[in-house]
Design a protein around this ligand. Sequence first.
Ligand code: ASP
Length: 581
Amino acid sequence: MYRTHTCGELRMAHVGQKVTLSGWVAHNRNKGFLCFIDLRDRYGITQLAFSESDNKDLLAKAVELGREFVISVSGTVRERESKNPQNATGDIEIAVEELTLLNSSKVPPFTIEDQTDGGEDIRMQYRYLDLRRNAVRKNMELRHKIARAVRNYLSDENFIEVETPVLIKSTPEGARDFVVPSRMNEGQFYALPQSPQTFKQLLMVSGFDRYFQIVKCFRDEDLRADRQPEFTQIDCEMSFVEREDILQTFEGLVKSLFKDVLNISMDEVPRMLYSQAMELYGSDKPDVRFGMPFCDLTDIVKNNGFAVFDQAEKILAINATGASVFTRKQIDELTEFVKRPQIGASGLIYCRVEADGSLKSSVDKFFPTEELAKWVSKCGSKPGDLILVMAGTTEKVRKQLCELRLELGNRLGLRDPFNFKPLWVLDFPLLEQDEETGHWHAMHHPFTSPLPEDIDLMQTNPGAVRANAYDLVINGVEIGGGSIRIHDRGLQEKMFELLGFTPESATAQFGFLMNAFEYGAPPHGGIAFGFDRLCSLFGGSDSIRDYIAFPKNNSGRDVMIDAPAPLDEIQLKELGISVRN
Ligand code: ASP
């Protein structure tokens, strides 16, 4: 038998028992006539003791064991002389009587510790060793716990998990497809699903009523820190529902996850219209852990002879509570921050509301105190606050001020990762227009239904049509998004037409779905949550990679297995593919 207990299990109550443990050598402390080994497995660490007086041969064997050797030991649990309260098993040790070497190990390329000496690249190359570390393994355990809670909640709500295929035809979720060549159909390709969108809608036509799937999705996008080419969604769809039913059901899911996994009771999730979110926070995923909404100063600051304002379409401000104490240097840093190419602002204007109420701005020349007082009253500023102002075109200034607001939130310590503030964002525009080509694109995807009252606008003013769509945002991160779907062939055709499809191309790509709509498609809608993101959010981290067992790096590579990789000639030939050299 390899083990009677795990390495995290033994306590004072076990003293005197004969036990067998198996695991990895985490540390080996050789003191000459004594040797202590920390034996590690997934569950914890237990100290093994060897001594010359107990068994000289065994001691000689023990001192030879290197880090990460795999061993099995039998012995008696005894109370430790010097206890370690940091460790759950720190009151006891095993007086070892038998030792079996199960496997040796090379010296690992980095230490298997919470604080490792290994950099990102080497840890990714040896991910199987990285996963031995507590911190990483705990993330996987959290992921499992959340997945289980999702399955429990949705199963209790009558959802059934159905697997949909991975080798499919393109689904338009706005990214490029990963494609797989078909050997049996030379010159033809499958696409990997960007999401199971069309399949879950077909399941509704089939009468499945409530579907979910924890499912891999694939999007060939340029990678950012929080993106992976393959990622996991909690994908859901329901029939005979209106938007309100979906919001209630999935608010229930999110609340139950917070309760089950983090023991946090959530209040009702507040709601905000997309238009409000853009106006107040310059973002469709506002971080509402803190206030600092935008104040529109356009009407009160224009035409005062200050060219930057006079020429701008929009002048927006935020009031940073208690930030009048920022030094000149700190304000210069913020100015540099907004001038970075990623943000691209030309400058930042400020007005300090000093503790005594006096006003000091960077544009005093143009704005005497009585003018600045209007800023103060518009922004609701109090003594001790700092007003920061940016000007430009509406779209740009919103984006830039949004970045500044988040940066201020960081600097003022207002973005505690364990303070969870969810928000539903509703009524997104159905379509967005490409600035260069003038083409309309679906903001969510082409299966999203317009709000019923906006359907007529599809012909006359497509840009004004609101979608029957919703996003769940938590702490400024889009965690989920979905919509009520079109279930009527005519409306779906109209939508494709607006998106620039000819009837033939729409039929070629989505005929199967539109045909299905002619066989009794029920009204339906759904949502998908980014599962990796949800896990990282629950773990208090920004990086989804930490919550994926075998992630890809920033260039989309798996450096451990070294993928992607070239194929050999024979394989290429079989697939009928020729590669340029
Ligand atoms: N398929 C959508 C997505 O992946 C989610 C949905 O509309 O349910 O974003």
